[in-house]
Design a protein. Structure first.
Length: 246
């Protein structure tokens, strides 16, 4: 569904992402791991269109989208979440998700309708809330939710835009075990119908949910494979995992 081919990004003298290629497929949860400064967030920002690449190309379902701005990528079917929750705390849960649904409305040329009266984005928002398990909290203010629920809400906002690809940048950041369990189950469920990229530091979660793992070090791909292969890799252990468990 989505490919990066020879992707690079330079910031002055720093090569943050170097000649990186990967493929995201529907039905597959693809995790990207690596130490701080490995280039993981830069990669997500390149795929989402927040940053322009220095070299290489990005493809969505066979179409070159390398030069598409972030808004047009969202309309084309790329949804993302952020390391820090990016929500409207004084709006209701439903209103937050309705904003995501309006992206799909614009894509379908519904430009002249009042957003607060258009039924399509409201229906889409309610469907997304059911998918993430927050349909019972639709009328609550976002600021009243728990940390884990806020993470679920952010995924709901992304889903309301009808994405084909989901880029999840540290969706479990700051979550305890109680909050993490429903989010882990949700990510596994979403990967059945979407191409999912997960950036995560928690190795237990990554090895439990990922179908494919890409390990980045210094902006480059060090290794890629099934969780068992990555766990057994001496190179990965030396470069990253050993520092985590030491």
């Amino acid at each position: 569904m989505m490919e990066a081919r020879g992707l690079s990004r330079r910031f002055g003298g720093l090569l943050a992402v170097a000649d990186l290629s990967l493929a995201l497929r529907v039905g597959e949860l693809h995790a990207v791991i690596g130490p701080n400064g490995a280039g993981k967030s830069t990669l997500v920002n390149l795929l989402a269109g927040e940053l322009a690449p220095t070299g290489g190309s990005i493809w969505l379902d066979g179409t070159d989208i390398t030069r598409l701005p972030v808004g047009r990528r969202a309309h084309a079917g790329i949804g993302r979440t952020f390391q820090r929750t990016n929500l409207m705390p004084d709006m209701t849960v439903l209103e937050n998700v309705r904003l995501g649904a309006q992206a799909a409305l614009v894509r379908n040329r519904g430009l002249l309708r009042r957003a607060d009266r258009a039924q399509a984005p409201i229906d889409g928002a309610r469907q997304a809330l059911r998918r993430v398990g927050l349909d019972g909290a639709a009328d609550a203010l976002a600021r009243t939710l728990s940390h884990g629920q806020l993470r679920q809400l952010e995924i709901g906002v992304a889903l309301a835009g009808q994405p084909r690809v989901l880029l999840l940048d540290e969706p479990l950041a700051g979550s305890g075990a109680e909050d993490a369990a429903p989010l882990v189950a949700l990510m596994r469920d979403l990967s059945r119908e979407h191409a999912v990229l997960l950036v995560k530091h928690d190795m237990d979660v990554v090895f439990a949910v990922a179908d494919v793992i890409t390990v980045m070090v210094d902006g480059r791909v060090l290794a890629r494979g099934a969780p068992a292969d990555i766990r057994a890799s001496a190179a990965v252990r030396d470069a990253y995992l050993g520092h985590v468990v030491a």
